[in-house]
Structures are given as structure tokens and as C-alpha cells.
Design a protein around this ligand. Sequence first.
Ligand SMILES: Nc1ncnc2c1ncn2[C@@H]1O[C@H](COP(=O)(O)OP(=O)(O)OP(=O)(O)O)[C@@H](O)[C@H]1O
Length: 357
Amino acid sequence: MSIKETVSEARSQWMNGAGPEADIVISSRVRVARNLAHLPFPHLLSREKAEQVIRAVEAAVGNEELQRRVGRLAVVRLNELTPVERQILVEKHLISPDLLENFERKAVALRDDEVLSVMVNEEDHLRLQCLLPGLQLEEAWKLVNGLDDGLEATLDYAFDEKLGYLTACPTNVGTGMRASVMLHLPGLVLVNQIRGVLATIGKLGLTVRGLYGEGTEAAGNLFQVSNQITLGHAEEDIIANLISVTRQLLAQERAARQALYRERKEQLEDRVGRAYGVLKHARVMTSEEAMRLFSDLRLGIDLGIIKNIPVSLIMELMVLTRPAFLVKVTGRDLSPVERDVYRAQLIRRKLSAAQQE
Ligand SMILES: Nc1ncnc2c1ncn2[C@@H]1O[C@H](COP(=O)(O)OP(=O)(O)OP(=O)(O)O)[C@@H](O)[C@H]1O
């Protein structure tokens, strides 16, 4: 898939609703931060030096041995894309919102299936990431590690014997790794336990972020849980800790869902039914309302209350109804009110098509 195809398709492998524990774990991500030796960190780079980093990455991913091991990654400079296309890459979670700042100096290398990518000149020279559906942190780490080895064969990384990989922000020094899971936790929200659960997570060396990462709000009852510390722990230990906490969260979420279904079945079915009804018939819809209703509908699918809607459609709709995708679909700039009208229209069309399949 070329980058142009990537930005015209809302679906991505990581959101296909497959993978272990996919009823609650939407996706797993592992990223590592790497920098090239003898060059200032990105925020201090001149335009020429930033281009030098991009060229070095281009050459490294073009290496035949790397391609044999991890596949082909296409490098795209962000200034080759339109503003809408750049925003779509954020909406698909393939790049972070930060990569859009000073985008003239930045690039992304993307594997065809969108599972592996490298952000170039974000906070660090390289951010290697792998995104997979469901709970697949070990697999994601294996893929990132393979890509890292392949790049390190030709790139000279900034590395200190004592500290490990050197990074722009001290919180990333060491392994440079952040592992995360995106969890759908409507049960814990509905039984009012979410605050307590999230507070406990902080005590276990983990942190909770919103849908689009650092500094963003949780929406649609989706929470991103990741490790806080990168120094002094082996990558495998960081991942094992996150898996173990995720499993506890899964048990708590499932218990909450069961309790709701046992004790408040009618209210739950009513909530799901209303969400489905509004999504099917509304004529104007804000993205906040859509996210709330998608969450209820998804819970209904997971509990078997709604049978004819594939869970992957909900994720596709979450991306498709974001502002940049709506502009792409309609082919023109939209006012906020027009956006709400098109969003509702698109949701109606997609849901009725799914019902007829
Ligand atoms: N498990 C996940 N599934 C899908 N997308 C994710 C997941 N974890 C993170 N992301 C996406 O990756 C991007 C970056 O997230 P975030 O800011 O949390 O991490 P980071 O940039 O690696 O960390 P740091 O703040 O240390 O630089 C965001 O768009 C976020 O939505």
C-alpha cells in the first residue's frame, strides 16, 4: 500500500478487532526512541541537519538485509503530503500529533501493512513503533527489536555504556522504550470504579493517557496504559509488568460487565439499544457524542446484545468520522456544523450497509 492509499483508507491492521483479548484490548504498541551520534537532538537541529537525519534513515531502511528481515518501509517527508493527509496519519495513530509541528523537517517510514513505522525528527531522531491488534505486546516488541537491529547495523546510535540509549527527554533514557495497550473500559466507567482503578495503576509504575497520547483526553471509554520508567529495567520486564497489569484490568472489566448484565440487564440493553438507534437515525452528530455512542454500541456487540455489526466497523467509524477524514471523504473544507451533518450521514450509511450484508 502506498502512502496515498494509506491516507485514503480508514482501516488499519491494528484496529481490525482481532488478536487475543480483543473484546477489551483494542491494540498494543511498542515504541523505542533512538538518536544518531554526533548530531544535536531534533529541537536543536538546523534544517540541513534534519535533512541529513532523514537521508540517513532513508539509506538505512533501503538496506537489503534489513528489507529481507523486516520488509520494505517507504519514507515520506511530511511536506510531500497535504495538511489533510498529514492529519489523517495522526487520526490513524500512525504518527503522533507532535510530528506535525515544524513538519518541514520531519518524515515517516511506513511498512505496507502499517504495522511497523519510524517517525523521523519527532522528539528524538528516530521513534520506531509497532502497532498490533489485541494484546500482543511480546510480538510487537519482537518486531520493533528486529527493525532496531536492522537499523543499528548501518546507523550509529547515541549510546552510553552506563545509561543506555540517549534520548532528548531524560524520561526515555535507558531502553528508550514505551509499551502501551489501548483498553476499552466501559464496564468500569459504568460501575464508577474507573477512578480507583486508574489511581492504582499509577502506583505500579504505569501511566494512563487519552486516545491520542500524551496530553489528550480519554474519549469513548478508551484508555492508553503505558510504562512510566525506561531506565533500570530490561525491555522484557517492562513488557511482562504491563501484561500482568493488563490481565488484572481485564479481569476487573469483565467482572464489572458481568455485574452490570446480571443486576442491570434492562438498563444496559436500553443503553445499547438507544446508542444504536441514535447512531442509525441522527442527522447531526458531534464527535464527542459519536465516541460515546460507539463505546455503548461496542459494549453491546461484545456482550452479544447486538449481533449484526462487526466490531472492526466501530473502529473504522471512529477514524472515518474524525475531522480530517471527513474532509477527505467529502473532498472540501467543512464548517463545524457541516462536519456534524456529514458525520451523522456517514455513520447512517455505514451501519445500514453492515445490516444488509
Ligand atoms: N496501544 C495503542 N494503540 C493505538 N495507538 C496508540 C497506542 N499507544 C499509543 N498510541 C498512539 O501513539 C501516539 C503517541 O502516543 P504517546 O504520546 O502516548 O506516546 P509517545 O509519543 O511514544 O511517548 P512520549 O510522550 O514519551 O514521547 C498517539 O497518537 C497515540 O494515540
